[in-house]
Structures are given as structure tokens and as C-alpha cells.
Design a protein around this ligand. Structure first.
Ligand code: NDP
Length: 473
């Protein structure tokens, strides 16, 4: 293993304030709830104090969005597009600032926030800006917006999930009230500043920070026309119950337990890279993570040896170091959940392995972990761990691979590794998953729709399909 000198990205590019308010009607205002602290999960240092929006604050935000809806929806699509293009360009200009802040607040490596999250955020705004004046040709009929969208997002891709929600909503002429996750509110508030810089009309995009209660107030508000949620299946169920019978349009993007399936004719080194990217990208805090490796029995030994060698080269540590592959776990709660499920895996009889890996003394950390000897009944094969933990299962025939891959209540994504194109198509036809990647994994593009089957939710985000959720159809 090479020795690398530290290569930390400077924090100076971020102007961190000691406290942040809510963004309502184009202004930063105080919240009436008790403020909360957001911490850097890599050091446990408090980064800032953030306002909590009470249900009255949420009501003010919804009223601002309702008022702005009249103006915003009446603008010609080409005019709305100008604002979205402007936002996209400012995101590119301020990319370094956004990437550093995202890594500070979330714990993800700067290599990912800089090279994946932020470029995809800009790409999303560019992409949907392009749709704003072409909605009549999207194939969804009237091209009329719905009104006010209430959007609740999680902590794993704070800025990217914001872009997935806000870009299509605004392109279609809706206005939004968005609640970021409690542990990662800072880039959403920086985005609010970008909206001001872009002269977005007041009230078109509102950001209300707070915990689950604030999210619940957004979802339940009677003047919200559309609810979009990404997060756990458990909260998704609560939201579906709240929204049932209200006439609000709903999309849910929930959990996953994806199979990454490697056949004996796959290029082993490439498959190993894909497996690593599938489960250790973003510390495994990815709803479509390839958390179940299904490997054809005949190559199990060779593949596992190569995978273990590769895991031995992953660098875990300071998220702001450009050499870091694995950053911090987002919160103490999430770390406790990963530990609990991993311990359960061991006690149920699966064999646990991690490379030699020193964990920093402060902050929330978990080493890359493999479980072998996993049976389909084991908790580590069934439950979403949402951490850097891979469960390895084997199969003999393609039919068995399909059966095992589909043996989950979820259905968000899957990966297939083989050199045979016909086998890829045969598998893709049978896998009950919203996205099937072939000889790659975790590839995202704003033009490509994303969403789940079964308990992974419903509705699609991204691409032309993503417009449907924000139009009267
Ligand atoms: P949650 O589903 O609880 O959080 C997602 C968002 O919903 C957050 O903004 C949260 O606020 C908010 N929220 C919580 N309760 C409610 C409610 N009753 N009504 C409306 N909004 C609400 O996920 P967690 O952060 O608690 O993570 C728990 C587990 O969920 C993870 O371990 C992981 O397995 C899974 N998960 C899946 C994700 C995915 O992309 N599919 C993303 C995140 C988590 P707050 O942050 O304050 O809790």
C-alpha cells in the first residue's frame, strides 16, 4: 500500500455562520421552534445552530409559496428556464464551496461531493431548465402545474436530493416548500442563498429546517398540492397514510436492498470495482446501494480474494482529504443502527470480515465490512443497513440469481455483471427493480428516470418521467 501525504481541501472557501434561519418568501427569518445544532460527523464539532420551523412557520412558507405560484406559473416556460439555467450556472461557480460544506455537514469524502454530488446537482438544473418551455411535448397532456409542492428529503445526498425535488417542480411551474434532514441542513440553506443571487422571485422556493415534526407539518398542510418524499420506508408509510384521501399527488422514494449479481464470465477486476462502488460509495448510505452481492458459485473464491485485496486499499478518514475513499457515518444514531445490524449478522451465523483499518478517535466511523456464509433468512440479507456493509450470497444458475435477487420486499435497483448482452437483457426483464445497471453500478444521469418497485416506493424522479409527478395529468 502506498503512503499518501495528507491532501486536505481548505475549509476557508466556506463562510460558515454561527446560526441559520428559515428561508421564507425570499428572506432568511427566525423560526419559532427550539433551534438545533448540526455537527460535523467526522469530528463531532458543532458547525452551526439552525432554526426549527414550527407548524406556524410552515404555514407561512406554504402561504408564500401559494402567493408566488400565481406569478411563477404564469411566466412563459422560457422565462422560468432562464432562472433555472442561472441557478445551474451559479451552482457551478460555487461548486467548491458547496462540496466542502456538504462534506463538512454530511461526512462524505470530498472526492465524492466534488466529483459526483455537486456536478450532478448542476446537471439536474440544466436538464430541467431545458424542459421548461417544452412541457406540451412531454406527452403528459395539459402541461399544467399542480400548485405548491411539499418536499421532504434525507441526509445521504442532501443537495442532490434537493435538486431532484426542486428542479423538476420549478420547471413545471410549481412552487416549493422543502424540508432538509435535521442532520444535514446547511447546503439547502446555501442553496437558498443561491436562489437570492439568481433573483428567483420571492416565495418560489422556501426552505424550512427542523426535525420529523416539521416534515410532518409540511406533508399535512392542507394547501399543499403535491408531496414528494425520499427517506425510510417506515416514514414513507406514515406519509402515505397522512396523504390518503386528501387529493394530494404523492411520490415516495424509499429504501432498498439491491442485488449486485456477478456471473462467472464477468471481468473480475471490473466487477470488483463495481461492487466497491456499489456498496462503499457514500459509506453505503445509498438507497440503491448494491448491499447484497450475488456471486456465481464457481468464481466465489477468486472474486472474494480480489475483493478483499481491493478493500485493503480503501482509505478511511478525514472527509476533506482528497485521498479519502470512505468518510464518516452521518450520525451517532446511524452508527448505532449499523453496529446493531452487523452484530445481529454475526450472532445469526454469518462470517464477518473487515480489512485492517484504523478508525479515528473522534467522530462516527465504521470500517468497510463483508459478511460471507450469508443465508437469505439472515437479517443482513433482508434489512437495509444503510452503511458500508456487504452481504455475500452465491447462486448456480441465472434463474436462481433472479429468484434470490427478487426475494426482498424492496425493488429499487440491481446490477448484472456478465459479458453476454443476451443474458443482461434476459436478467433485466425478470428483475423486479426500478433500475438495472449492466457492468456498472450507481451511475446517475438527470435524463434517466429513477424509482422503485414494491416497498421501495412509487413514482419516478429524473428524465421525462420525472415531469409527470409535477404536472396535472
Ligand atoms: P427518515 O425517513 O426518518 O428521514 C427522512 C426525512 O423525513 C428527514 O428529513 C426526516 O426529518 C423526515 N421525517 C421524519 N419523520 C417524518 C414524518 N413523520 N413526517 C414527515 N417527515 C418526516 O430517515 P432517517 O434519517 O431516520 O433514517 C432512518 C433509516 O431510513 C436509515 O437507516 C435508512 O435505512 C433509511 N433511509 C433511506 C433513505 C433512502 O434514500 N431511501 C434515505 C435516508 C434514510 P429528520 O431528519 O429530522 O428525521
Amino acid at each position: 500500500m502506498f503512503e499518501y501525504a495528507p491532501a486536505p481541501e481548505s475549509r476557508d472557501v466556506v463562510d460558515l455562520k454561527s446560526s441559520y434561519g428559515l428561508f421564507i418568501n425570499g428572506e432568511f427569518v427566525d423560526g419559532s421552534g427550539t433551534p438545533f445544532k448540526t455537527v460535523n460527523p467526522a469530528t463531532e464539532e458543532t458547525l452551526a445552530e439552525v432554526a426549527t420551523a414550527s407548524s406556524d412557520d410552515v404555514d407561512r412558507a406554504v402561504q408564500a409559496a401559494r402567493k408566488a405560484f400565481g406569478v411563477w406559473s404564469a411566466l412563459p416556460g422560457a422565462e422560468r428556464a432562464k432562472y433555472l439555467f442561472r441557478i445551474a450556472r451559479i451552482i457551478q461557480e460555487r461548486a467548491r464551496e458547496l462540496a466542502v460544506l456538504e462534506s463538512l455537514d454530511n461526512g462524505k469524502p470530498i472526492r465524492e461531493s466534488r466529483d459526483v454530488d455537486v456536478p450532478l446537482v448542476a446537471a439536474h438544473f440544466f436538464y430541467y431548465a431545458g424542459w421548461a418551455d417544452k412541457l406540451e411535448y412531454a406527452g403528459f397532456g395539459s402541461a399544467k402545474p399542480l400548485g405548491v409542492a411539499g418536499q421532504v428529503i434525507p441526509w445521504n445526498f442532501p443537495l442532490l436530493m434537493l435538486a431532484w425535488k426542486i428542479a423538476p417542480a420549478l420547471a413545471c411551474g410549481n412552487t416549493v416548500v422543502l424540508k432538509p434532514a435535521e442532520t444535514t441542513p446547511l447546503t439547502a440553506l446555501l442553496f437558498a442563498d443561491i436562489c437570492r443571487q439568481a433573483d428567483l422571485p420571492p416565495g418560489v422556493a422556501n426552505i424550512v429546517t427542523g426535525a420529523g415534526e416539521t416534515g410532518a407539518a409540511v406533508v399535512a398542510h392542507p394547501d399543499v398540492n403535491k408531496v414528494a418524499f425520499t427517506g425510510s420506508t417506515e416514514v414513507g408509510r406514515i406519509i402515505a397514510r397522512t396523504v390518503a384521501g386528501t387529493g394530494k399527488k404523492l411520490t415516495l422514494e424509499l429504501g432498498g436492498k439491491a442485488a449486485n449479481i456477478v456471473f462467472d464470465d464477468a471481468a473480475v477486476d471490473q466487477a470488483v470495482e463495481g461492487i466497491v462502488n456499489g456498496i462503499f460509495f457514500n459509506q453505503g448510505h445509498v438507497c440503491c446501494a448494491g448491499s447484497r452481492l450475488l456471486v456465481q458459485e464457481s468464481i466465489q473464491e477468486e472474486l472474494l480474494a480480489a475483493l478483499k485485496r481491493r478493500l485493503g486499499t480503501l482509505r478511511l478518514g478525514d472527509p476533506l482529504d482528497k485521498n479519502t475513499d470512505i468518510g464518516a457515518i452521518n450520525s451517532a444514531e446511524q452508527l448505532a443502527k449499523i453496529r446493531r445490524l452487523s452484530d445481529l449478522g454475526e450472532s445469526e451465523g454469518a462470517e464477518r470480515w473487515s480489512p485492517a483499518c484504523e478508525l479515528p478517535g473522534k467522530g462516527f466511523w465504521f470500517p468497510p465490512t463483508l459478511f460471507t456464509g450469508v443465508a437469505q433468512s439472515h437479517s443482513v440479507a433482508r434489512e437495509e443497513i444503510f452503511g458500508p456493509v456487504l452481504s455475500v450470497l452465491t447462486f448456480r444458475t441465472p434463474a436462481e440469481a433472479v429468484e434470490k435477487a427478487n426475494n426482498t420486499p424492496y425493488g429499487l435497483s440491481a446490477g448484472v455483471w456478465t459479458e453476454k448482452g443476451s443474458r443482461i437483457l434476459w436478467m433485466a426483464d425478470r428483475l423486479r427493480a426500478g433500475v438495472v445497471w449492466a457492468n456498472t453500478f450507481n451511475k446517475f444521469d438527470p435524463a434517466s428516470p429513477f424509482g422503485g418497485f414494491k416497498e421501495s416506493g412509487f413514482g419516478r424522479e429524473g428524465g421525462r418521467h420525472g415531469l409527470e409527478a409535477y404536472l396535472e395529468v
